[in-house]
Design a protein around this ligand. Sequence first.
Ligand SMILES: C[S@@+](CC[C@H](N)C(=O)[O-])C[C@H]1O[C@@H](n2cnc3c(N)ncnc32)[C@H](O)[C@@H]1O
Length: 310
Amino acid sequence: MTEPTRGPRPATWRDLRARAEAALREAGVASPEAEARWLVVEVSGWSAPELALAGDEPATARGGMRLEELLERRCAGEPLQYVLGSWSFRGIELMVDRRVLVPRPETEVTAEVAVEEAQRLGARRGAPDPWSGAATSYVVADLGTGSGALALALAAELPDAAVWATDVSEDALAVAGANLAGAGLPATRIRLALGSWFGALPTSLRGGLRLVVSNPPYVAESEVADLPREVVDHEPIEALVAGPNGLEAVEAILAEAGDWLEADGTVVCELAPHQAEPAVERALDAGFVEAFVRPDLSGRPRVLVARRRG
Ligand SMILES: C[S@@+](CC[C@H](N)C(=O)[O-])C[C@H]1O[C@@H](n2cnc3c(N)ncnc32)[C@H](O)[C@@H]1O
């Protein structure tokens, strides 16, 4: 009797991960092991812990083909977040593609500072009460919302806030709109508006904003050459570059904010560490009585707080 012939062992999820890691390392990706795990989680349809347990199971043909597509894009330099198509920001899953900037960890700090400033002004922090509907008692604005990251974080963490999310880019607002649609109850308190900074808002809001938060473009034209290729080649340049000196957008927001804020309102604005001193000066020149810059997770000055009342 002849032995049944055995074909080659089918590839397991662990094999796919090893293959992805090798390809990413070869392409010069900085964290090949971690990224390979992200990509295989994405194509397998399992969560990371599930995948850890199912590593020796045969991978699906569809998963293997999808992994090849994603690897090709990532190895060609496209940011991991665009390749995956979504990224988490303060626990909110956001759809991202090249129409919007990838939400950064330092912007999570900006969101935290904004929520703390709102609390300081008397706002309640916490999960929304499912029975309160969309009742709101004050208004905040996220200028230059991009994917909607800051607006969604504020709506999720400040249950009584009405949130305006603006952008000058129609493409960005389309992405923000998709993210609102997937975000459930808090998103029903967010309104999107197209236009440049405060110009996007209805004039009825003049003098009525408790808080303005923004992560505006703050790269100077002369600094573009120093940005990583991954950023310059894939992320929207108008989301990054402010103008010749890099502070133009921060200045524009500070100059107009006084007309739009309540008497004790506050601006919270992300910037580059080397802009901290000039930004504080601009805020005081614009009539804010108190201005300082809070650090990011690595201790660099990053988030301008400008208060109309100390
Ligand atoms: C650095 S990105 C920040 C995106 C998002 N808030 C975040 O933190 O991930 C800056 C955003 O500002 C928008 N923007 C640029 N100029 C603007 C302007 N004059 N008025 C309103 N938004 C503007 C860009 O389209 C982009 O979405």
